[in-house]
Design a protein around this ligand. Structure first.
Ligand SMILES: Nc1nc2c(c(=O)[nH]1)N[C@H]1C(S)=C(S)[C@@H](COP(=O)(O)O)O[C@H]1N2
Ligand SMILES: [Mo]
Length: 379
């Protein structure tokens, strides 16, 4: 007789609880869907404010002044809230992994495949976003491009998922508690725990951009008050290679129809304006500050720049993503847009961009160029 090894076969797990049923999946899923929708819309806004298509450069709105602060605060807050929600959702539906047969039909196979894509893309998207908030990039690809592309994969596969599940979602959207009371009390506790987790994550981080909750921002990577002159610093002068040596003999060059150069005392002798505007970093922290300096539009008028001209702002910093920014006419002409020389009534600290930096309303922090040395009129 031939020996046949008998492999032990683990029985498939059996799930009876209400935590894995369609009602729980619907309740957690719609909260997750709302978080993803907010995150996607605000992310698209951030993308186009940072990198508008050519025809839109001069059309971007410079108002409301707190616009980017709000949308980017919401982007990071909804992304963080989505993390406990996605974990809860996966836990709710993981028994589906044991569905037999694994594949019933071509359509069923496609549906399962689309869910695999959705889960993979959502997890990677939230993971890269989370690590960006702490400026940690342990991967070989560029963060922003991959985060942007994945957002479309997530949104596309999520819409497909919602379409496929529409009948189940509809049947469970309003299912009442009374029906459930027969089955035991556990769903409520589970949903309360998930809500508490979302609330705790939000409360502990949203203070990085929302002043009233600043004091409880225990998990926020940046405290809005910590930094020279009471304002956080994204990259220091030393990190940017802007040394005292490189700053000696600093002049502002303005290139345009009537090009000219100004020393710092000459800039200070021009009409000074004061504005209260936020730095709103794409990574989620933001803070209002009091800036004083020269209006960019005054500098442009002096160079004979046409009204609709875009400008290129060039920093002393070489290379990297921050050394050069392009500013459309709506920002350049805004009376609140300054080449700032002072912060909180004091000359700019080196880490905040001394001797001169851009501050403009409704603008991503990454474009508020520091250590400005040249403005070029582009058209
Ligand atoms: N030249 C230069 N400008 C820069 C940066 C930089 O690294 N180099 N960082 C940008 C980013 S990402 C932000 S959020 C703001 C932060 O300004 P702060 O460091 O003065 O708060 O400056 C922007 N301007
Ligand atoms: Mo930033």
């Amino acid at each position: 007789m031939r020996f046949r090894p008998v492999l032990p076969r683990l029985p498939d797990p059996v799930f009876r609880g209400r935590l894995h049923d369609a009602r729980t999946a619907t309740v957690v899923g719609r909260a997750l869907g709302a978080a993803v929708a907010v995150c996607f819309v605000t992310g698209v806004i951030s993308h186009y404010l940072q990198q508008p298509p050519g025809w839109a450069v001069n059309l971007l709105p410079s108002r409301p002044v707190w616009g980017y602060r709000l949308t980017q605060g919401l982007h990071v807050a909804s992304g963080l809230a989505a993390i406990p929600l996605v974990l809860a959702k996966l836990w709710t539906v993981y028994p589906r992994l044991f569905v037999r047969p694994v594949v019933r039909s071509v359509l069923h196979a496609l549906e399962r495949l689309s869910i695999a894509v959705l889960v993979g893309a959502v997890l990677l998207e939230l993971f890269t976003g989370l690590l960006d908030t702490v400026e940690w990039y342990p991967w070989p690809f560029p963060f922003r491009q991959v985060h942007w592309a994945l957002a479309w994969v997530v949104t596309g596969s999520l819409l497909l998922h919602i379409a496929v599940k529409a009948p189940v979602i509809a049947a469970n959207w309003w299912r009442t508690v009374a029906m459930d009371a027969l089955e035991g009390p556990d769903r409520r506790s589970f949903l309360a725990a998930v809500s508490a987790a979302v609330g705790a994550v939000t409360l502990a981080t949203v203070g990085q951009s929302f002043g009233p909750l600043e004091d409880v921002a225990l998990l926020a990577p940046r405290h809005p008050d910590h930094g020279p002159q009471g304002l956080p610093v994204r990259q220091t002068a030393a990190e940017a290679g802007v040394t005292r040596e490189r700053l000696s003999g600093w002049r502002l060059q303005v290139a345009g129809p009537n090009a000219y150069e100004l020393t710092l005392p000459q800039l200070r002798a021009m009409k000074q304006h004061s504005v209260v505007l936020p730095i709103a970093c794409v990574e989620g922290w933001s803070k209002n500050a009091h800036w004083t300096g020269v209006r960019v539009r005054d500098l442009l008028d002096r160079a004979g720049a046409p009204h609709g001209a875009r400008i290129r702002v060039v920093s002393l910093e070489r290379g990297g993503n921050y050394g050069v920014s392009v500013m459309g006419a709506s920002y350049a002409r805004d009376p609140l847009t300054l080449l700032a020389l002072a912060l909180g009534g004091e000359p700019l600290a080196p880490d905040h961009g001394a001797p001169a930096r851009i501050i403009a309303p409704d603008r991503p922090g990454v474009l508020q160029t520091k250590w400005v040395t040249r403005l070029e009129v582009l058209q």
